[in-house]
Design a protein around this ligand. Structure first.
Ligand code: NAD
Ligand code: USQ
Length: 405
């Protein structure tokens, strides 16, 4: 298949592009490198030293003989996106190219507006580009489990059958997202569902849980192909952060009681799930939703697993409970379905002792690159940063000259 990976220089996108290329698909990457800029903005860097995209791609081609095309551009720029779509003519587009950090979206008004503009406009442009240029192309869109929030009932895969006043209907599962980022994904889902109905777009929304790990078969072929490993407060996801903290002897930063339960998956399963979705496309006009995670854990359970694994390799690991900077339930019911991808052939890599050891080993290996000042949470959901106002002071209009009226 010809598969275009939007956001292919990022954490999930890079691993996915290489995996799909290795499976024999023709791959194109689109990215505007804004993720690398956010690291500069935040004064953070990935634990693992990632190379510029051109270098990564040259090494990949040298090692495998497989060429991955790359297009540098912003998906919120319609002309740019349309020209890539006309040039590459994909059978499937995998859309990772969004601002994906909940804390980043909660910094202040500017970051909330940027997140929603970048994400919602990019996806809307993509829907138009598919309709106008490649109407048969299958959209594989990365959504998030966080769209559902933490309701006190089981979470279904996208839809729920509701009986009301003697009638029954299959309706979108209620959404209760917990940040302006998670809200942007809900807005995307609505736009996609509408265009499937209105224009016959075929789409699969992969409501992915929190991803951990950094290594896949392809990214381990050479150090130049290494993937991102974010550990900072804004972009680091919880298990990756705990491993980096353990490596440095910094207390694991459990927010609140740590009873927050989420769905998790290994990055090796992310890439396989995307392949499964591409191989089994949605029908024309169909809007499918798959819940993409393999196991549920509470944050405290993960901290305890990291503490156990770290202690065994001789690290001193303490668990700290910090006041939760987010507005979220610290203890709650959580039971989310995730059977469709398994039924389609996913064989999960469950969180094992050896995987935890290897994650901690990577963190220990690159320990010198860790900046401990990036561990403490600074972004506060209840108290966004105030903005400085730059507008000119409003000056009084001159009195109207009645002789000119
Ligand atoms: P990432 O930030 O590492 O990668 C995203 C990539 O998209 C970056 O390389 C960035 O430069 C690019 N990008 C962003 N906006 C763009 C634009 N307007 N035009 C072109 N390129 C743009 O993020 P990730 O962790 O790889 O996540 C990828 C997707 O998966 C996101 O949509 C995210 O919401 C979703 N997701 C991620 C996780 C996770 O744990 N990492 C979990 C669930 C869902
Ligand atoms: N948490 C801690 N301590 C930390 C970091 C996080 O207790 O040091 C807690 C958070 O409060 C939250 C949970 O761990 O309850 C998960 O936080 P996270 O930062 O690992 O993940 P989240 O903000 O939910 O976002 C990540 C990705 C996002 C994706 C989402 C999937 O950044 O792109 O959409 O996971 S999901 O959570 O299913 O919505």
């Amino acid at each position: 298949m010809r598969i275009l990976v939007l956001g292919g220089d990022g954490y999930c996108g890079w691993a996915t592009a290489l995996y799909l290329a290795n499976q024999g698909h023709s791959i194109g990457i689109v990215d505007n490198f804004v993720r690398r800029q956010w690291d500069h903005e935040l004064g953070a860097q990935t634990l693992t030293p990632i190379r510029p995209l051109v270098e990564r791609l040259a090494v990949w081609q040298e090692l495998t003989g497989k060429k991955i095309e790359s297009f540098v551009g912003d998906v919120t720029d319609y002309d740019c996106l349309a020209s890539v779509m006309s040039n590459f003519r994909p059978d499937a587009v995998v859309h990772f190219a969004e601002q994906r950090s909940a804390p980043y979206s909660m910094i202040d008004r500017k970051h909330a507006v940027f997140t929603q503009t970048n994400n919602v406009v990019g996806t809307l442009n993509l829907l138009y580009a598919i309709r106008e240029i490649v109407p048969d192309c299958h959209l594989v869109k990365l959504g998030t489990m966080g769209e559902y929030g933490t309701p006190n009932i089981d979470i279904e895969e996208g839809y729920i059958t509701i009986e009301h006043n003697g009638r029954s209907d299959r309706l979108p599962f209620p959404k209760q997202p917990g940040s302006f980022y998670h809200l942007s994904k809900v807005h995307d889902s609505h736009n996609i569902a509408f265009t499937c109905k209105a224009w016959g777009i075929r789409a699969t929304d992969l409501n992915q849980g929190v991803v951990y790990g950094t290594t896949t078969k392809e990214t381990s072929m050479d150090e130049a192909l290494i993937n991102r490993f974010d550990y900072d407060e804004v972009f680091g996801t919880v298990l990756n952060r705990f491993c980096a903290q353990a490596a440095l002897g910094y207390p694991l930063t459990v927010y609140g009681k740590g009873g927050q339960t989420r769905g998790f998956l290994d990055i090796r399963d992310t890439v396989r799930c995307v392949e499964i979705a591409c191989q089994n496309p949605a029908k024309q006009g169909e809007f499918r939703v798959f819940n993409q995670f393999t196991e549920q854990f509470t944050v405290l359970q993960l901290a305890e697993l990291v503490k156990e694994a770290g202690t065994e390799v001789g690290l001193e690991v303490e668990i700290d409970h910090l006041p939760d900077p987010r507005v979220e339930a610290e203890e709650h019911y959580y039971n989310a379905k995730h059977s469709t991808l398994i039924a389609l052939g996913l064989k999960p890599h469950l969180l094992s002792k050896s995987l935890l050891d290897s994650l901690i080993n990577i963190a220990v290996h690159y320990r010198d690159r860790i900046d401990a000042s990036l561990f403490a949470p600074q972004v506060n959901w209840r108290n966004p940063r105030n903005e400085r106002h730059h507008a000119e002071k409003h000056t009084r209009q001159p009195a109207l000259d009645k002789s000119l009226v």
